[in-house]
Design a protein around this ligand. Sequence first.
Ligand code: PEP
Length: 246
Amino acid sequence: MKRTKYVIANWKMNGQKDSYKLVKSISNYHKKMKRKTSKVVICPPFTLLSEFIKKEKNIKFGGQDCHHKSEGAYTGSISAKMLKSINCQYVILGHSERRIYQKETSQELNLKIQSAINNNLKVIYCIGEKLEEIKKRSIILKKQLSSLPKKIEPKKVIIAYEPVWAIGTGKVPSLNDINKIHKKIRNILSNLVSPDFSRHVSILYGGSVNAKNSADILNLNQVDGALVGGASLKSKEFCKIIDSYH
Ligand code: PEP
Protein backbone atom coordinates (compact mmCIF):
# COMPACT_ATOMS: atom_id res chain seq x y z
CA MET A 1 0.00 0.00 0.00
CA LYS A 2 1.41 3.37 -1.06
CA ARG A 3 1.07 6.17 1.46
CA THR A 4 -1.38 8.93 0.49
CA LYS A 5 0.21 12.32 -0.13
CA TYR A 6 -1.38 15.56 1.00
CA VAL A 7 -0.93 19.27 0.66
CA ILE A 8 -2.92 20.88 3.46
CA ALA A 9 -3.60 24.59 3.91
CA ASN A 10 -3.89 25.97 7.43
CA TRP A 11 -5.43 29.40 7.06
CA LYS A 12 -5.27 30.01 10.83
CA MET A 13 -7.26 33.16 11.80
CA ASN A 14 -7.35 34.49 8.23
CA GLY A 15 -10.11 34.64 5.66
CA GLN A 16 -13.04 36.97 5.12
CA LYS A 17 -16.38 36.94 3.35
CA ASP A 18 -14.74 37.12 -0.08
CA SER A 19 -12.17 34.34 0.48
CA TYR A 20 -14.04 31.80 -1.62
CA LYS A 21 -12.23 33.18 -4.67
CA LEU A 22 -8.97 31.84 -3.25
CA VAL A 23 -10.54 28.38 -2.85
CA LYS A 24 -11.94 28.57 -6.37
CA SER A 25 -8.61 29.45 -7.99
CA ILE A 26 -6.88 26.59 -6.14
CA SER A 27 -9.63 24.20 -7.14
CA ASN A 28 -9.47 25.27 -10.81
CA TYR A 29 -5.72 24.79 -10.84
CA HIS A 30 -6.03 21.39 -9.21
CA LYS A 31 -8.68 20.29 -11.71
CA LYS A 32 -6.40 21.17 -14.61
CA MET A 33 -3.37 19.30 -13.22
CA LYS A 34 -2.71 16.29 -15.40
CA ARG A 35 -1.12 14.25 -12.63
CA LYS A 36 -2.93 14.65 -9.31
CA THR A 37 -0.13 13.63 -7.01
CA SER A 38 -1.64 14.68 -3.71
CA LYS A 39 -4.95 15.32 -1.97
CA VAL A 40 -5.60 18.99 -1.31
CA VAL A 41 -7.27 19.95 1.95
CA ILE A 42 -8.06 23.51 3.05
CA CYS A 43 -8.61 24.34 6.72
CA PRO A 44 -10.23 27.79 6.88
CA PRO A 45 -11.67 29.39 10.01
CA PHE A 46 -14.99 27.92 11.23
CA THR A 47 -16.94 30.93 9.88
CA LEU A 48 -16.17 29.92 6.27
CA LEU A 49 -16.17 26.14 6.52
CA SER A 50 -19.83 25.39 5.87
CA GLU A 51 -20.05 27.73 2.86
CA PHE A 52 -16.89 26.28 1.27
CA ILE A 53 -18.03 22.69 1.78
CA LYS A 54 -21.36 23.44 0.10
CA LYS A 55 -19.81 25.30 -2.85
CA GLU A 56 -16.67 23.31 -3.62
CA LYS A 57 -16.68 19.56 -4.23
CA ASN A 58 -13.22 19.20 -5.78
CA ILE A 59 -11.32 20.16 -2.61
CA LYS A 60 -11.61 18.64 0.87
CA PHE A 61 -11.98 20.79 3.97
CA GLY A 62 -11.01 20.61 7.60
CA GLY A 63 -11.53 22.46 10.86
CA GLN A 64 -8.61 23.83 12.85
CA ASP A 65 -9.68 22.35 16.19
CA CYS A 66 -12.57 20.63 17.91
CA HIS A 67 -13.74 20.16 21.49
CA HIS A 68 -13.61 16.64 22.92
CA LYS A 69 -17.25 16.69 24.07
CA SER A 70 -20.12 16.44 21.59
CA GLU A 71 -22.16 19.30 23.06
CA GLY A 72 -22.67 21.23 26.26
CA ALA A 73 -21.76 24.34 28.20
CA TYR A 74 -18.44 25.11 26.49
CA THR A 75 -18.80 28.68 25.25
CA GLY A 76 -16.91 29.37 22.05
CA SER A 77 -16.13 25.74 21.27
CA ILE A 78 -17.05 23.58 18.28
CA SER A 79 -17.37 19.79 18.55
CA ALA A 80 -16.27 17.04 16.17
CA LYS A 81 -19.93 16.10 15.87
CA MET A 82 -20.73 19.63 14.67
CA LEU A 83 -17.93 19.51 12.09
CA LYS A 84 -19.19 16.18 10.82
CA SER A 85 -22.75 17.51 10.61
CA ILE A 86 -21.65 20.01 7.93
CA ASN A 87 -19.80 17.24 6.02
CA CYS A 88 -16.37 18.37 7.11
CA GLN A 89 -13.86 15.52 6.66
CA TYR A 90 -10.68 16.62 8.43
CA VAL A 91 -9.62 18.40 11.60
CA ILE A 92 -6.25 19.79 12.68
CA LEU A 93 -5.46 18.89 16.30
CA GLY A 94 -2.50 19.75 18.50
CA HIS A 95 -1.21 22.67 16.45
CA SER A 96 1.64 24.32 18.36
CA GLU A 97 -0.22 27.64 18.43
CA ARG A 98 -3.03 25.95 20.35
CA ARG A 99 -0.62 24.01 22.56
CA ILE A 100 1.03 27.34 23.43
CA TYR A 101 -1.84 29.88 23.56
CA GLN A 102 -4.69 27.57 24.64
CA LYS A 103 -2.38 25.44 26.80
CA GLU A 104 -3.69 22.21 25.26
CA THR A 105 -2.35 19.19 27.11
CA SER A 106 -1.51 15.68 25.86
CA GLN A 107 -4.42 14.29 27.88
CA GLU A 108 -6.90 16.75 26.38
CA LEU A 109 -5.54 16.05 22.89
CA ASN A 110 -6.02 12.34 23.41
CA LEU A 111 -9.72 12.99 24.12
CA LYS A 112 -10.03 15.31 21.12
CA ILE A 113 -8.41 12.75 18.81
CA GLN A 114 -10.77 10.05 20.03
CA SER A 115 -13.81 12.29 19.61
CA ALA A 116 -12.73 13.27 16.08
CA ILE A 117 -12.19 9.63 15.09
CA ASN A 118 -15.51 8.57 16.64
CA ASN A 119 -17.16 11.20 14.46
CA ASN A 120 -15.39 9.97 11.33
CA LEU A 121 -13.11 12.96 10.93
CA LYS A 122 -9.59 12.36 9.72
CA VAL A 123 -7.19 13.88 12.24
CA ILE A 124 -4.24 16.01 11.13
CA TYR A 125 -2.20 15.65 14.30
CA CYS A 126 0.59 18.22 14.72
CA ILE A 127 3.74 17.55 16.68
CA GLY A 128 7.05 19.37 16.92
CA GLU A 129 9.71 20.64 19.26
CA LYS A 130 10.42 24.23 20.32
CA LEU A 131 13.84 25.75 19.66
CA GLU A 132 14.97 25.17 23.24
CA GLU A 133 13.87 21.52 22.99
CA ILE A 134 15.92 20.54 19.92
CA LYS A 135 18.38 18.48 21.98
CA LYS A 136 15.56 16.44 23.53
CA ARG A 137 13.50 16.31 20.35
CA SER A 138 12.92 12.55 20.44
CA ILE A 139 11.52 12.68 23.97
CA ILE A 140 9.22 15.59 23.07
CA LEU A 141 7.97 13.91 19.90
CA LYS A 142 7.40 10.64 21.74
CA LYS A 143 5.38 12.41 24.44
CA GLN A 144 3.27 14.21 21.85
CA LEU A 145 2.73 11.02 19.84
CA SER A 146 1.59 9.26 23.02
CA SER A 147 -1.69 11.18 22.71
CA LEU A 148 -2.64 8.88 19.83
CA PRO A 149 -4.91 5.99 20.79
CA LYS A 150 -3.02 2.68 21.03
CA LYS A 151 -5.34 1.08 18.52
CA ILE A 152 -5.72 3.27 15.50
CA GLU A 153 -5.78 2.64 11.78
CA PRO A 154 -3.33 4.59 9.59
CA LYS A 155 -6.15 5.92 7.44
CA LYS A 156 -7.72 7.70 10.42
CA VAL A 157 -4.84 10.06 11.04
CA ILE A 158 -2.17 12.15 9.33
CA ILE A 159 0.88 13.22 11.31
CA ALA A 160 2.28 16.70 10.65
CA TYR A 161 5.81 17.25 11.92
CA GLU A 162 6.10 20.99 12.48
CA PRO A 163 9.15 22.23 14.39
CA VAL A 164 7.78 25.22 16.31
CA TRP A 165 10.88 27.28 15.47
CA ALA A 166 10.20 26.82 11.74
CA ILE A 167 6.59 28.03 11.79
CA GLY A 168 6.24 31.43 10.15
CA THR A 169 9.96 32.18 10.56
CA GLY A 170 11.41 31.33 7.15
CA LYS A 171 13.72 28.86 8.89
CA VAL A 172 13.58 25.24 7.74
CA PRO A 173 15.58 22.22 8.97
CA SER A 174 18.02 20.78 6.43
CA LEU A 175 16.53 18.25 3.99
CA ASN A 176 18.65 15.58 5.57
CA ASP A 177 17.30 16.46 9.03
CA ILE A 178 13.68 16.48 7.83
CA ASN A 179 14.07 13.01 6.33
CA LYS A 180 15.90 11.70 9.42
CA ILE A 181 13.32 13.10 11.84
CA HIS A 182 10.43 11.65 9.83
CA LYS A 183 12.16 8.27 9.95
CA LYS A 184 12.57 8.69 13.70
CA ILE A 185 8.85 9.48 14.02
CA ARG A 186 8.08 6.24 12.14
CA ASN A 187 10.30 4.31 14.58
CA ILE A 188 8.52 5.86 17.57
CA LEU A 189 5.12 5.05 16.04
CA SER A 190 6.20 1.49 15.37
CA ASN A 191 6.68 0.99 19.11
CA LEU A 192 3.80 3.16 20.33
CA VAL A 193 1.15 1.88 17.92
CA SER A 194 2.37 -0.85 15.54
CA PRO A 195 4.87 -1.48 12.73
CA ASP A 196 1.99 -1.64 10.26
CA PHE A 197 0.64 1.72 11.39
CA SER A 198 4.06 3.32 11.17
CA ARG A 199 4.63 2.02 7.63
CA HIS A 200 1.31 3.25 6.30
CA VAL A 201 0.55 6.50 8.09
CA SER A 202 1.21 9.69 6.10
CA ILE A 203 3.72 12.02 7.76
CA LEU A 204 3.74 15.60 6.48
CA TYR A 205 6.28 18.34 7.05
CA GLY A 206 5.15 21.82 8.11
CA GLY A 207 7.02 25.04 8.85
CA SER A 208 7.86 27.79 6.32
CA VAL A 209 7.08 25.66 3.27
CA ASN A 210 6.91 27.90 0.19
CA ALA A 211 6.98 27.66 -3.60
CA LYS A 212 10.80 27.75 -3.60
CA ASN A 213 11.52 24.96 -1.13
CA SER A 214 8.48 22.71 -1.63
CA ALA A 215 9.86 20.52 -4.44
CA ASP A 216 12.95 19.62 -2.40
CA ILE A 217 10.94 18.89 0.74
CA LEU A 218 7.98 17.08 -0.78
CA ASN A 219 10.12 14.73 -2.84
CA LEU A 220 12.03 13.39 0.18
CA ASN A 221 11.27 9.69 0.53
CA GLN A 222 10.04 9.95 4.14
CA VAL A 223 7.82 12.99 3.53
CA ASP A 224 4.22 12.46 2.45
CA GLY A 225 3.24 16.06 1.89
CA ALA A 226 3.10 19.44 3.59
CA LEU A 227 1.03 21.44 6.03
CA VAL A 228 1.26 25.02 4.81
CA GLY A 229 0.42 28.17 6.75
CA GLY A 230 1.40 31.58 5.35
CA ALA A 231 2.00 30.41 1.77
CA SER A 232 -1.46 28.83 1.60
CA LEU A 233 -3.05 32.29 1.57
CA LYS A 234 -1.52 33.17 -1.82
CA SER A 235 -3.10 31.39 -4.74
CA LYS A 236 -0.09 31.20 -7.11
CA GLU A 237 2.31 30.21 -4.35
CA PHE A 238 0.03 27.49 -3.00
CA CYS A 239 -0.67 26.12 -6.49
CA LYS A 240 3.06 25.82 -7.10
CA ILE A 241 3.37 23.86 -3.87
CA ILE A 242 0.60 21.49 -4.95
CA ASP A 243 2.52 20.95 -8.18
CA SER A 244 5.86 20.17 -6.51
CA TYR A 245 6.05 16.44 -7.08
CA HIS A 246 8.55 15.26 -9.68
C1 PEP B 1 1.55 26.12 10.36
O1 PEP B 1 1.36 26.95 11.23
O2 PEP B 1 0.93 25.05 10.35
C2 PEP B 1 2.55 26.42 9.34
C3 PEP B 1 3.08 25.44 8.70
O3 PEP B 1 2.84 27.76 9.15
P1 PEP B 1 3.87 28.39 8.09
O4 PEP B 1 3.76 27.61 6.81
O5 PEP B 1 3.41 29.81 7.92
O6 PEP B 1 5.22 28.28 8.69
